[in-house]
Design a protein. Structure first.
Length: 179
């Protein structure tokens, strides 16, 4: 399997199919991420395509391993402009996330529902940091670039976010993630 950097470099060399592979790799995840801001799946899909198109047309120099972060940052900026968000974090939402996590049984489904409920109760900035690092498996550096904060700030947001989430989960009677 080729890395993002290899696929992007192949695209820059004229191989359009490699860019299609990048769209397949990140299209759905990016659409879900954008839907957190827009609360409209059609608009999220449109902006996902717009983000890929901007990179395709501008062909920016992207550091090794930085394609995904660059793509998410481009998409986030588009969403911010599109929706006219005054605050960077005021509309980040986890609505609809229940469709992304397969439930193995009723108990897992109930835990997933409680997790969503608890995530909605914490600060949107903390929620976004948790989402990028743990759900989208981004590095601290990539998450920091997307959120326009330092890596140290991401670390603090994650620590604080985990503490707040743990507190909210304990209010719901979950004291051990493996129960």
């Amino acid at each position: 399997m080729l890395t993002d950097t290899e696929l992007y470099n192949k695209y820059l060399s004229g191989d359009g199919a490699s860019y299609d592979e990048l769209m397949i790799r990140y299209g759905d995840k990016l659409t879900i991420y954008l839907n957190r801001y827009l609360h409209n799946l059609q608009d999220a899909e449109d902006l996902m395509i717009e983000a890929f198109a901007r990179i395709m047309v501008k062909k920016p120099a992207i550091r090794d391993g930085g394609f995904r972060a660059y793509l998410y940052k481009t998409a986030r900026n588009l969403a911010t402009r599109f929706h006219g968000i005054k605050s960077r974090f005021e509309t980040f939402s986890l609505d609809g996330m229940e469709d992304e996590i397969p439930d193995r049984d009723t108990s897992d489904f109930a835990k997933t529902q409680i997790l969503h409920l608890c995530l909605e109760r914490i600060d949107p900035e903390l929620k976004e940091a948790l989402w990028l690092v743990y759900m989208d498996e981004m590095s601290y550096e990539d998450a920091a670039g997307i959120m326009k904060v330092s890596k140290k700030r991401i670390d603090r947001l994650l620590q604080k976010g985990k503490a707040h989430l743990k507190n909210e989960l304990s209010k719901e009677g979950i004291t051990n993630a493996y129960e």
